[in-house]
Design a protein around this ligand. Sequence first.
Ligand SMILES: NC(=O)c1ccc[n+]([C@@H]2O[C@H](COP(=O)([O-])OP(=O)(O)OC[C@H]3O[C@@H](n4cnc5c(N)ncnc54)[C@H](O)[C@@H]3O)[C@@H](O)[C@H]2O)c1
Length: 291
Amino acid sequence: MPPRVPAPTAVVTGGASGIGLATTTRLLDDGWSVVVGDLNAEAGARALDAAADAGRADRLAVVPCDVTEESDVEALVATAVERFGGLTCMVNNAGVPGAFGAVEETEVDDWDYTFAVLVRGVFLGTKHAVRAFGTTGGGAIVNVASIAGLSGGGGPVAYSAAKAAVISITKSTAVELAPRRVRVNAVAPGPVLTPILGDGEARLARAAETLRTTQPWPDPGMPEDVAAAIAFLAGPDARFISGDTLIVDGGQTASGPAEAMNRLADPRARGIAGVSRGSTGQAGELRRVSS
Ligand SMILES: NC(=O)c1ccc[n+]([C@@H]2O[C@H](COP(=O)([O-])OP(=O)(O)OC[C@H]3O[C@@H](n4cnc5c(N)ncnc54)[C@H](O)[C@@H]3O)[C@@H](O)[C@H]2O)c1
């Protein structure tokens, strides 16, 4: 009998919802083992149930994790090594909308929270993945950025700045880690129908309708569309690709994103500010401000 080759293993942060969940499902479909780290325990339990229904629970671990906490991220990577024998790819995906509203109404704590999740989380995921790769030789990292990090009109100031930082981290670490055969790439999605766009079917249906008229591609982006790009960058077909940011937006960047994002829900025009903690299960805050 030929020796059993262990399945490649990925860690997916924020893997219990939206793009992260679609990536987890896609990688499981492709034969990977996956460790999901997510702050939302209920969503994590649902992901585990779905994997069990599909007969794949043995290749999925769900670990409660806050990507802003170094010990949590370290434990996440350790789970991949201990349970599945190593780490092949780190998907730094966890995210929240973070601080929104006019820049002069943005609280420092909300700004720092946004950067902690979106930037410190990517740094910590990278740091501990690289340590794990050190023991196995080579690996891949895929960071989930956003087209908001590419222009001035795609999102709130803190979110856009944080996503620009993710694109920058992707380039610098790709250069630093190439000699060790670690590839680092990012995907930059446009608006994609996930809970991050707002709670509830009606909200997503409205977003879908808006996107049909404000982006070149007639269908709205789905989490599976981004998962396919992540799976490509994670796998061997991308073996000579590093330092790239792959735009996945139905042509929106080519046409300019500002109009669509503003029509979705510009809080500045609505005279509100605050912070959204996304689908973490934690309460956000909303303030009315004079416009
Ligand atoms: N959906 C879009 O339109 C869109 C567009 C561009 C980029 N993105 C990016 O894609 C990524 C995934 O977003 P999504 O749309 O799937 O959203 P989502 O809300 O469906 O999923 C995000 C997941 O991240 C988890 N999370 C948040 N903070 C965390 C933390 N501190 N530690 C661990 N887990 C945490 C949440 O619990 C949730 O399960 C994010 O980085 C987001 O910024 C999304």
